[in-house]
Design a protein around this ligand. Structure first.
Ligand code: UDP
Length: 464
């Protein structure tokens, strides 16, 4: 099998993990990527997975040299160039297919053109969606009801297993997502929608027991061929801080673990907003004060580069109780440390699922994309989340309404505190964490899905 991830952490890391899971089931796996991304992936894989490296035409497309991963914050006006550079990999991709002749390719949703290249060679393409069945069902329902959405601030999505009401300001609107690169991005989304039903099927980073009604809905009402093979991050259960995925620095990881080792069980809250979660300085200040006022211990990952905005004397006041990581955190190691008792998340799907695997209840603070839908799943369906009250989808951190320190303080106290509701959330989260582990173990639902899919692909090869 050939895996081709999109070059952005939230897409690349889970697809690499998925490749490792298939390798553990005996599949021969090659991951296709570019030099900079290969250096991120390499420390996280072993000999069971081969890397095939093709060069990335940064300079030809007016991109800074070595910019092959959107984590290295490419200015928004260069996103079109990034997508164009990625699409120019069509020919190298085709040559690799010619050389390797894989039984199937698993490629990211953002690489729709791979469908045509693979189809021309008679190779089935599986789509990798970075999200879950619930979100895809919501997107489908939203597209169908959009013409009927009236003047009210909110609307109820039709024909879903639960009553899901959405604020208009939270809906994932392709126009908002495309930002300044509208026309070009609309073309990409159009192509994605065209080729997905033609592709062999979709592999999801989810597991049946997490969202059974939505897996069924995805298959039956939406008519998609879907394999739920996750949670894929669980293939990293045995990693040490030296090889934790994402290329984290070992010193930072060991520093975090040492810090956490001194804290009581379940006492620390971890705050992180994914690979790109930026905030305005005013919002960061409120967050700093809210976390301080919560009186809980915390590890807070701050993505914004400039540190001059911290409230006066902050470092001193939170010394011993709060740890601020400026940059890339060893998230899987932190979430799975026994001292961590709660997670404040932007509801990116990887983070949400990693929180679920760690058996943690969460404060949900969605910002954009399908994060508001993931929040609904965590808060309303699974009932393991407390919403902080984020209501407006906006890529631009300066445009989002500010959530005050007192609100953040309250949400963290609610999450970490005692009382029936908090206990119930923690109880549910723990059970989900156990179910997640069971799903990928021998005989579990995701384990069986992988076996079924591999058998199907083998049978298909026999018929060619
Ligand atoms: N991540 C990490 N350290 C960080 C930030 C993120 O390891 O400091 C990882 C995280 O574990 C997750 C991925 O990066 O696997 C982020 O994906 P997600 O879908 O949560 O959010 P996105 O970055 O796509 O918004």
């Amino acid at each position: 099998m050939l895996f081709f991830p999109f070059m952005e952490e939230g897409h690349m890391l889970p697809l690499v993990d998925m490749a490792k899971l298939f390798a553990a089931h005996g599949a021969r796996i090659t991951i296709l990527t570019t030099p900079v991304n290969a250096s991120i992936i390499r420390p996280t894989i072993d000999d069971c997975v081969q890397l095939h490296i093709i060069s990335f035409p940064s300079l030809e497309f007016g991109l800074p040299e070595g910019c092959e991963n959107r984590k290295f914050t490419i200015p928004v006006d260069l996103h079109i160039n990034f997508f164009k550079a990625v699409a120019s990999l069509r020919h190298p991709f085709d040559s690799v297919l010619g050389d390797l002749r894989p039984d199937c390719v698993v490629t990211d949703m953002f690489l729709p053109w791979t469908y045509y290249v693979a189809a021309a060679r008679g190779i089935p393409r599986l789509v990798f969606h970075g999200s879950n069945n619930f979100s895809l069902c919501i997107m489908d329902a939203y597209e169908r009801c959009r013409p009927l959405v009236g003047e009210d601030e909110s609307f109820v999505l039709p024909s879903l297993p639960h009553r899901i009401e959405l604020l208009k300001t939270q809906a994932m609107d392709i126009h908002k997502l495309a930002g300044t690169s509208m026309e070009f991005m609309l073309e990409i989304f159009k192509e994605m929608n065209e080729v997905e039903p033609k592709s062999y099927g979709t592999v999801m980073n989810s597991f049946y027991e997490l969202e059974p009604e939505y897996v069924d809905h995805h298959r039956e009402a939406m008519g998609r061929r879907v394999w739920n093979v996750g949670p894929v991050s669980l293939c990293n259960q045995d990693v040490t801080y030296k090889s934790a995925r994402g290329g984290e620095q070992p010193t930072l990881a060991s520093e975090c673990l040492k810090w956490l080792d001194k804290k009581p069980r379940g006492s620390v809250v971890y705050i992180c907003f994914g690979s790109k979660g930026l905030f305005s300085v005013s919002q960061l200040k409120e967050m700093a004060l809210g976390l301080e006022a919560s009186n809980h211990s915390f590890i807070w990952v701050v993505r914004n580069g400039d540190n001059n905005w911290f409230p006066e004397g902050y470092d001193k006041r939170i010394k011993g109780r709060g740890m601020v990581i400026r940059g890339w955190a060893p998230q899987l190691l932190i979430l799975n440390h026994i001292a961590v008792g709660g997670f404040v998340t932007h509801c990116g799907w990887n983070s949400s699922l990693e929180g679920i695997c760690a058996g943690l209840s969460m404060v949900t603070w969605p910002l954009y994309a399908e994060q508001f839908y993931n929040e609904k799943l965590l808060v309303e369906v699974l009932k393991i989340g407390v919403g902080v009250g984020s209501k407006v989808y906006d890529l631009n951190p300066e445009a989002r309404p500010i959530l005050e320190a007192s609100i953040i303080e309250l949400a963290v106290r609610n999450l970490m505190g005692e009382g029936e509701e908090a206990d119930e959330r923690r109880r549910r989260a723990k059970i989900l964490g156990e179910n997640a582990r069971r799903a990928i173990e021998k005989g579990g639902s995701s384990y069986n899905e992988i076996e079924k899919l591999m058998q199907e692909l083998i049978n298909q090869r026999k018929h060619v």
